[in-house]
Design a protein around this ligand. Structure first.
Ligand code: ADP
Ligand code: MG
Length: 232
């Protein structure tokens, strides 16, 4: 459904992404693993139009490349930014409302109820300022806010960053449940074990290029992946 072909991103003279291609099929979780600076965020930002790029991106054949971010969100591709990027002085509820700003008002009310059912801690803390939540709660809110945009494809950038192992486990369950609801997920992480535990298909990115891809069970057998990414 989401097709990314030969994407290039450059910042001035720095080639951050050099010809990355991949697909996210319906109802799949796809993972991207790579070290800090490998180009993972740049790939996501290219898909959602947050950085200029060369290449082609399409959703079910409908070209996304060159469109404005709001148009891309409207078509169902929504990003959860690295570092959560919540509105820290707004309440949990207000952050959720912001996530639905492109939706008709009746969807917003309905979806807030859904998010509260799915993330009970957000209901408990509905009137609390987002900046006062724990890291794990903030990540849940960032994901819930993105779901308010009714995505068909959810792009999640380094959700595990700074979270306890217990919280990382919960996050895995949350992503699995979202996917089980029929939303395709592209998750980008330095935490390779996390991605391999979730993804149907994974890509390894180094210096702005895909160097390897396959099913996690295949990649786990690769000597280079084992030493460089799994520490085995
Ligand atoms: N806004 C920017 N300006 C200049 N260089 C950038 C910018 N954003 C990222 N880069 C550079 O591009 C490369 C890829 O960065 P990024 O996509 O953030 O990687 P990752 O998400 O895998 O850590 C890095 O070398 C980084 O320093
Ligand atoms: Mg990044």
């Amino acid at each position: 459904m989401l097709s990314v072909e030969d994407i290039h991103v450059a910042y001035g003279g720095v080639q951050a992404v050099r010809g990355v291609s991949f697909e996210v099929r319906n109802a799949q979780v796809v993972g991207f693993v790579g070290a800090n600076g490998a180009g993972k965020t740049s790939v996501l930002n290219a898909i959602t139009g947050l950085v200029p790029s060369r290449g082609r991106v399409s959703l079910d054949g409908d070209p996304l490349h060159g469109r404005k971010t709001a148009d891309i969100v409207r078509r169902g591709v929504v990003q959860v930014a690295q570092g959560r990027q919540l509105f820290p002085d707004m309440t949990v509820l207000e952050n959720l409302e912001m996530g639905g700003f492109l939706q008709p008002p009746q969807h917003v009310q309905e979806d807030i109820e859904k998010m509260f059912a799915q993330f009970p801690v957000l209901q408990e803390r509905a009137m609390q300022r987002a900046g006062t939540l724990s890291g794990g709660e903030q990540q849940m809110l960032a994901i819930a806010r993105a779901l308010m945009g009714r995505p068909r494809v959810l792009l999640v950038d380094e959700p595990c960053l700074g979270l306890s192992p217990k919280m990382v486990g919960k996050l895995g369950e949350v992503i699995r449940r979202i996917n089980a609801d029929g939303i395709a997920v592209l998750v980008v992480e330095q935490n390779t074990a996390f991605v391999f535990g979730l993804a149907h298909h994974a890509y390894v990115i180094e210096n702005g290029q895909v160097v390897l891809d396959g099913k996690p069970e295949q990649l786990r057998e690769d000597d280079r992946v084992r030493s460089a990414y799994l520490g085995i």
